[in-house]
Structure formats: C-alpha cells, structure tokens
Design a protein around this ligand. Structure first.
Ligand SMILES: Nc1ncnc2c1ncn2[C@@H]1O[C@H](COP(=O)(O)OP(=O)(O)OP(=O)(O)O)[C@@H](O)[C@H]1O
Ligand SMILES: O=P(O)(O)OC[C@H]1O[C@](O)(CO)[C@@H](O)[C@@H]1O
Ligand SMILES: [Mg+2]
Length: 489
C-alpha cells in the first residue's frame, strides 16, 4: 500500500475512527507556528467562525443505523488559526500530470491566487510537462497576473505527460530549488506518484508539504463525491449524442453510435445517457455485453429499429474489451503503464454493419467519436466554482502543515484524505445499485446480466463497500489516541 507507514488512525467512541493525514510536525517536532495572516485580511476577517475547529472531521458514511458504528472520518479542510509556514518562507510549485480534464487551469489559477491573496505568498513555480518536468524541463514563475484568465482555456498551461516519474530526481529537484509546498494535480497514477514523493521527502526529513488535487475525467477516483471537470465532460457529451440522434432519426433504420471516454469506469457514458434521454443503449466496461442470441445486442437493435425506426447507442471506450480481444491483438501500454484500449467504437460499427448486411436489412450507421473534445474544453461555471474551492482548501491544508494528503469533497464537505485511500482502488459504476437500474429502465436495453455476472458484481460491491466504509482492519495501521500523533517518524 502506498504510504502504509503513514496510516494514522484515531479511534473514538461508538466506532468513530479518524483516518488522519500526516503532518510535517510528525517527523519534525518543535517547528514554530505563526498566526494565520487571514485574520487580518479585509475580505476574510469578517467571516464569523472563519477558522476551522481543529477537531472537526467529516464522516464518510452518512447513512448510519441507530446502533451501528459511526465509521470513518476525515480531517475537515479549511483555514487553521495557526500555520506552519511564514508567507516569505513559502516556495510553492504546481505540476499537472496524466490526461487532460476541464478545470485544470482553474485549479492552477486558484492555487496561485489563493496562496497570494490569502497568505501573501509570492514564490510560486509552475513545473512544465508533468513529473518529468521536475528534472528535464523548464519551470515558469506563476503570479496572479499571469494566471488571471487561464480558467477560460481548456488544457493546462503547464503541460502534462505520462511516465517519467523518477522519485529520486524529483525530490532532488525539490530540495535543490528549496521548494517547500508541492501541489500535484492528477489522477490515480499521479496521486500514487505524489505518495512516493511524500515518503521520500519524509525520509529525508524535509519541511515540505506534498498535497494532491484529484483529477480524472473518468470520475474513477474513490471516496470523493465526484472529480472536477466531470460535469463539464458530461455536458459536452450531450452535443455528440444530440448529433447522433439527429442523424439517426433522419435516416432509414438510422443508428447513431457515440464513443465516450471511460477507461475502466463508465460514469461519463452512464451520466451522459441519463441526461440525454435519447439513448437506447449504453455500454460500459463494468457491464459485459454480448452480441448474439435472444438477449444479445443485435436482437435488441433489430427490435428497436422495428419499433422506432432509429436508435442511439453510447459506448464507453473501455466497454467490451474482452470481447474484442477474442479477435484482435492487444496494443500494449502507455508511458505510465496503463493498458491501451482496442477501439470498441470502430469494432462495434463493423460488427453491426456486418450483421445487418448478412441479414439483408438496410441500416444507416453513423459513428461519432468525440473522445478528446469532451476533455479539452474549459470547465463550465459550476466546475469552476468546484475547482476554486478545492484549490483554496488544499492551500489551507499545506499552510497548516498537513502533508501526504489529497483534497476531496466527501458528502459535500471538503476534507484531507490520506493518499492511500485515493489510490487503493478505482471508483466503478455499480451495476447492482439503483442508479444503473434507473438507466436500464430509461433505455429499456437488455441488462446482459446472467446470474454469474450479478453474483460477481455483488461480491465486488461488498468488497468495495468494505474499502469505502473504511473498515481499517485490513490496514497496517498504527492506532493513536490523540491528534498530536508522532508515530510516523
Ligand atoms: N505507482 C506509481 N508510482 C509513481 N508514479 C506513478 C505511478 N503510477 C503513475 N505514476 C506517474 O503519474 C503520472 C500520471 O499517471 P497516469 O498517466 O496513469 O495518469 P493519471 O494521473 O492516472 O491520470 P488519468 O488516468 O486521469 O489521465 C505519470 O507521470 C506516471 O509516471
Ligand atoms: O490518449 P491519452 O491522453 O493518453 O488519454 C486517454 C485516456 O485518458 C483518460 O481521459 C483519463 O484516464 C481516459 O478516459 C482515456 O482512456
Ligand atoms: Mg489514471
């Protein structure tokens, strides 16, 4: 487990457990603290109860039973009365890694503006081109002025990359440059990378806070309510689905097929389908499907065309990979080690065309692949606000000396989550819960579920629920009874 040595569990009454995050004072005792400059900030000083009570925690499980345990909690995010860095002392850096996602520039902007406006920090570096930028690329100086309008642009002004995570070289670069706050924006791979950077920083005894901001278009990061940019992507996907629908209704036996992103998690396809109501079938990686037979996809398409004259299919890029692999060779891995996917959209188009040709039925299939279009756009208004809050919360955490954490919204509240909770599993669409049932009922598609698949899905859900509910028994944990934990030295 990444960061296993840093597990900090603080038990309380009635099964209460705080899964705390590391703090620089865990391994550097007697560090001085300073009053939070926010208390003199004209904008913020009017806020009643502005500082977060250090004992505030956010519960992960909000549906509980009368006699059930209170479950796991995370430390609530927000400004602390005392901070562990003086503004002049801070030398922050920001890096973006992995694939693009709407909102990256907003998060960069708001970390810079948050550090500057709230804490008076002036030294902020942008690391170019992802992790390898620490040792192989240039850096740029980030100021509120130069990031002023970047939230209106898609992508990341810093550039991003996959692969190239060389922990020693990265931490050498952090040490050589005198960086003491590292803000890492990226998905599960990136947060794993941040976890090992944190471990190395701690091993060297550096006063450096390593903080993650989770980013993933696929919404595959667990624990958090949802990842930033997801709503924007779902909204943009509507344009492709609308086009597919228009094409389909305007042709004889028209079929509109749209491929959307979603490597192992089909959330974009799922939510875009539910939002649209024009979709007749949604195929995702979590729900294996098959083509032939009475309950297969071909029969459903025939029926739908007969009843309605047209249909729209949405397929997540990771769907049907096992099926395709029966006839196609794997195409290897990307620079980060992620499996490259076979093109389910092209494959499905070909299979459907072949099937109807063989059965002498005329169809008009239009395949739309908006893959990168849904993630290369700027974030929408609500994602912009979401990104702003995440960025400000992560800044408060680093200034307060927390480290080895990811910022996340859990049940509507922002909190500091240990890296290992974000990286130990992926968030997947559960095909045995009410949300997927809602989709099945809105599209009327076959569930493709045989008993074996349902049983496997239920088992997976139980296993996942144990992780999500936190049952900490499986962790190599050091239990502590108070917040002044120093067991990670
Ligand atoms: N286990 C790991 N340890 C250290 N670094 C890692 C690890 N996994 C991935 N990384 C690094 O993290 C960076 C991003 O990883 P990856 O390409 O998997 O994207 P991601 O962060 O998961 O984002 P997304 O999948 O949403 O595009 C890469 O530079 C990669 O080298
Ligand atoms: O082509 P790239 O940039 O490597 O990224 C593609 C992948 O990145 C994601 O957008 C995020 O993991 C996936 O949905 C997609 O498979
Ligand atoms: Mg990933």
């Amino acid at each position: 487990m990444d960061g296993a040595a840093a597990v900090k569990l603080v038990p309380g009454e009635a099964g209460y457990v705080l899964e705390d995050v590391p703090h620089v004072s865990d391994y550097l005792p007697d560090l001085p603290t300073y009053p939070n400059p926010l208390q003199d900030n004209p904008a913020y000083s009017v806020v009643k109860q502005y500082f977060v009570n250090p004992d505030d925690t956010v519960c992960q499980k909000i549906v509980v039973h009368k006699d059930g345990p209170r479950g796991n909690h995370f430390r609530r995010a927000g400004p602390r009365q005392r901070v562990y860095f003086e503004p002049d002392e801070v030398h922050a850096c920001i890096v973006t890694c992995g694939g693009l996602c709407p909102g990256l520039n907003t998060v960069i902007r708001e970390i810079v503006c948050g550090l500057s406006d709230m804490y008076g920090v002036t030294k902020i570096l942008g690391i170019q081109g992802g992790y390898k930028g620490f040792y192989a690329r240039n850096t740029i100086t980030l100021t509120p002025k130069c990031v002023n309008d970047i939230h209106k642009r898609g992508g990341t002004i810093l550039g991003s990359s996959r692969g190239g995570h060389d922990t020693m070289k990265i931490v050498d670069s952090i040490q050589d440059r005198g960086i003491n706050q590292v803000y890492v924006i990226g998905g599960d791979g990136t947060q794993r990378g941040a976890g090992v950077i944190f471990e190395e920083v701690r091993r060297r005894g550096l006063k450096v806070s390593v903080a993650g901001i989770p980013k993933t278009i696929d919404n595959d990061i667990p624990v958090i309510d949802k990842s930033f940019g997801f709503d924007t992507a779902v909204e943009e996907a509507q344009r492709a689905i609308n086009a597919a629908h228009v094409e389909a209704v305007s042709a004889e036996n028209g079929i509109g097929l749209v491929k959307l992103m979603g490597r192992h998690s089909g959330f974009i396809a799922h939510y875009a389908t539910l939002a649209s109501r024009d979709v007749d079938c949604c195929l995702i990686p979590e729900s294996p499907f098959y083509l032939e037979g009475e309950s297969g996809l071909f029969r459903y398409i025939e029926k739908r065309l007969k009843d309605n004259g047209h249909m729209v299919i949405v397929v997540a890029e990771g769907a049907g990979q096992k099926l395709i692999a029966e006839t196609m060779q794997s195409i290897g891995k990307d620079a980060s080690g992620n499996e490259l996917l076979l093109d389910v959209g092209l494959w499905l188009s070909q299979k459907i065309n072949e099937h109807f040709k063989k059965n002498k039925m005329t169809i008009n299939l239009k395949y739309i692949d908006p893959t990168y279009m849904i993630r290369a756009i700027p974030s929408n208004a609500s994602d912009n606000v979401y990104c702003t809050l995440l960025a400000h919360s992560v800044v408060h955490g680093a200034m307060a000396g927390y480290t080895g954490f990811t910022i996340g919204q859990v049940n509507g509240r922002h909190c500091y989550i240990p890296f290992y909770r974000i990286t130990e599993k992926q968030n997947r669409v559960s095909i045995t819960d009410r949300m997927w049932a809602r989709l099945l009922s809105s599209t009327n598609q076959p569930s493709f579920l045989c008993n074996k698949v349902v049983e496997e899905a239920k088992k997976e859900q139980e296993r996942t629920a144990q992780l999500i509910d936190g049952s900490p028994s499986h962790r190599k944990a050091e239990k502590v009874s108070g917040a002044n934990f120093s067991g990670t030295k």
